[in-house]
Structures are given as structure tokens and as C-alpha cells.
Design a protein around this ligand. Sequence first.
Ligand SMILES: [Mn+2]
Length: 381
Amino acid sequence: MKSSISFIHCADIHLDAPFSAMGKEDFSTERRKDLKKTFEKIVDMTIEHDVDFLIISGDLYEHEYASRSSIRWLNEQYKRLGQKPVILVPGNHDPYVKNSWYRSYPWNDNVHILTTEKPEYIEENLGVYFYGIGFGTFYQETLPMQKQPVILQDRFNICLFHGTVDMQFAKSAHNPVELSFLTDLGFDYYALGHFHSKKEVDIEKGIVYPGSPEPLGFDEMGEHGVFLVQLTKEDTVRMECSFIKTQQRAYHEVDVNIDGIDSYDQLEKRLDDVMETYEQERDIFKINLKGRISPDFHIDLEQINDKLDKSCFCVKFNDLTQPMYNLEELSEERTLTGVFVRKMQEKIESAHKNGQAEEKEIFERALYLGLEALIEGKVDL
Ligand SMILES: [Mn+2]
């Protein structure tokens, strides 16, 4: 047995996911390719870092959509690892059901699938005990544990778990457990899968979700990758763990305030200013247009969409703008609002006269925010 082992822990790749939310066929095709590129990167890393094995904690592919050719491709990737073992547990998207590829495909010898009936695998050369808690059906509210794990101190003990840790109020609970349930099992490392954002549930005890290595939608912003882990046996087991980014692209939801804009040129300029800070050709954007605009100015979403479609990998617009207040009418009111509008208009006028463009803009913005506070009772920044 080795005194130190290293491995890559990934989960939730979702190969062959449909990516249908954007309603664009080309986009879906490209994104499915991205998932494969990301998985290739994970295999490359396993080889380059020369770790002992690769762990996949469920939702490797989507049972409903996975094609035979993708499964064949996957097995070719495993072959690239040579003797290095791949240990995996089926998740709720790739459960170990009757017609599962996990049962029917002739996988390469280095692949070890941990199931409810056979949850254990022992890697004798390295001295590692693997135990899996995954999915035998698409939905499980209780754990499918038929056999208790056997923890021996003279080997490394790793638990692969696909499910929900410490989420009491989850609407649809998938293998829900409390953190204490896992820690009581006594493993040295808990390779979790199911949550698509990186989550260190208890890093000291080695209980971590790497998240999806490639983000799958706008609810998966931020960094995406895998964990490179080293376990060393001394009196106790010491863990070193680093997160490595693997994603091809990122999702961004961008709010663009277009208060007071009344021409297409101005709109284009405002968008350019915001978008120039992003990797447009690479990434995926949802742009929320916000603010109050003149009722006479109609935003042609198709026109701006066409323009940004050329510079961005993928973009989708949401028009959340509201019509501008009728200032003339409001200024005549004998109310606090009327006084406020008249005062602010004076300030705007004087800034304009004195050529203070920046001040004028600030007063204009203050006028709209003030009106929002007075009329709607809240300010939407
Ligand atoms: Mn998943």
C-alpha cells in the first residue's frame, strides 16, 4: 500500500445534455461538443498530473439523450488512461436502471461502477477502498444502502456519493442526508456529486462538491472545474486539495441600465461600453435591459440581437425597461413629487447651461431614482 495517493474528483458532466433552453440548434451542438472537450481535458489532467485514479461522482451522461456514439467515445477516453482506474457512481441523470449503458456497454477493464448491489471496489495495489452511494432509479428519497461500508484503518477509504447533503428544505430531495450521517461513516474523503456549483461542505473532513466542470445554464455562473486531491497517511490522513478550472465557456447575466436613452445609436453605445469588459466571442450572455425610456422610443430587440449575435458566442435579450415618467404632468402636481420634479429640473437646466455634462447626467439619474422612490415606494437599482 502507498502512503500517499492522488486523484482527480469530478462530477456532473452531463454528456449529451440537450441545451435546448436557448432554442438554437447550432448552440446546442456546440455546447455538446464543449462537454466532450471538457471531459477530454479532465482525462488529459489525469495523465499529466500522473494521479493514481479518476473519480466520477455521478451524472456523467444524460440517460435520456446519450447516444451510442458518445458512449463509445467515452470508452475511448477511458482507454487513454491505460492502467489508471476510473471509479464512478451512477447519479440521478444516469441511474443504474435496466437499460443503462452502465449495464449494457462492454466498458474498458479500468472502469469500475459502484452500484447498490455492488457498492464496493478495492484497489489492492494502492490500498484504497471505494464505496458508492448512487442511483438505481431516477428518483430516490431514501438511500439505497443495502450493505454497510467496511472501514479499515490500514487503507484509504473513499466514499462516492451522489445526492443532497444538508438541505432540509429541498423540494425534490435526491438521496438526502445530513452531514453527520456522512461523517459517522468514517471515510477519509467524500467525493460528492449533484450540486453544479463548487461547494466545500466540510473541507477539513474532505466533503466536497466540485460542481459541473462545464456550466450548463445561467443558474451556473462562476468558476467550474474539478478537484485535484492528495491523501497522505500519517497518524491520521492528511488531505491537500486544489480546484482546477476546466470550463470552455462561462454564462453571464448582465443588467444594462438604459435610463433616458432615446436613440438606437445611444443604445448601441451603452451596450458596447458594458460588453467590452467580457470575452464576447467565447461566452454566453443574457442581457437584461433595465431603466426608463421615452415612450416614443421603441427598442427593436431583433436589431440589437442581430448585432450582438455577430460578436458574442450566444446572446439573449430581456427587455425589462419601463416607460419614462411624464415629467411635464408631474411637475404641475401640488404634491411632494411635484416639488421634487421642479427642483431637480432646475438643477438639470442649470448644469446644462453651465456645460456640466457629468452633473447633468447625475441629476437626471437622481430624478428618476427619486421618482421611483416617491411613486413606486422602492428603488430598483
Ligand atoms: Mn447533475
